[in-house]
Design a protein around this ligand. Sequence first.
Ligand code: ASP
Ligand code: MG
Length: 347
Amino acid sequence: MRAVKVGGSMLKSAKDYLKYAELAVELDAKVVIVSAMKGITDQLLRATEKRDWSIMREVLTRLEEASAELNNSAKEWLEKGEKLFAAYLDDPTPQRLDELLAIGERVSAALMGEAFKIVGVNAVALDGGSAGIITDNNFGNAKPLLSKSVANIRSNVVPYLRDGSLVVVAGFTGTTFDGRTTTMGRGSSDLTATILARALDVDRLYLVTDTEYLMTGDPGTVLDPRPLKYVGLPEADVMAELSVKRFHPLTFKPIIGSKCRVVIGSQPPRGTVVTDELPPPELKIVTFQKGEVTFVGHGARNHAKTLAEELDLPLVEVKRFHLSFRAPYESNSILRRAHELLLKFYN
Ligand code: ASP
Ligand code: MG
């Protein structure tokens, strides 16, 4: 089975929902996970931090516009959103914040569900909790309980699939055992997707995002970054742990040991393929994190010595899939040099 997760950066208006519904059909996906529309989570957070109704109204207006174009399919959640914001201002608890933040994804799932109906596909829209994702009660950064979630997802989602319905799931969201809404942290819609993939024996999961491929370095900083055609799952896992491309640190954990292949990119079926082998080259990316220049790739150990000599920076750590050097100051030029060294593996 195939699944598609559509990132928030791809969802700017109602027509994007129709576009990605069509794409999911072309890719033969039976499960589709969505993030909130672009910028909505940030805006909701800003509205709560500033306790500012005008920001909240902007959010609601944007969502209402999209909903209006898709048969008012998110109306119910939008009315709730307004009440939840008032409730949060009245008593700003982490639990209430999660209820409010979840609106972004719940609206998005409702809109995607409607988009499928419009393109002629029978679909049901669920939030993470009703799909079966159970988390601890660490609101704002809740940890999914994997085996419990897997069992729940099988009993909640499989019946819809058997009936021939496509299932749309709101990313980012889950529920505690006692039914309180949680969110799993920034960027965790991808995690929703990998948990579903694990539970439903998905063999191909497309993570649709705003770049065609994962790159060897940040295009805004390094020169001549190269697209990565293949990345090993342990390498992708380390990239996520390091928050490369703002991946949630747990993103790839649920699919370790499964047969799921993830494809990351804006033009599926093309994109970076995450495989369970360790494909060449030996170093995949270089990134700058918390004062450290970090190379990720299965050749980290083999090349540590040479890289240390060439960079002449103090070595911080060498692990099996990454190694880091302390940068004396935050400098793009160090990162560029490091990337030049990495590019030697690409010729
Ligand atoms: N909407 C959430 C965020 O912006 C979750 C996600 O997009 O993955 O972090
Ligand atoms: Mg993301």
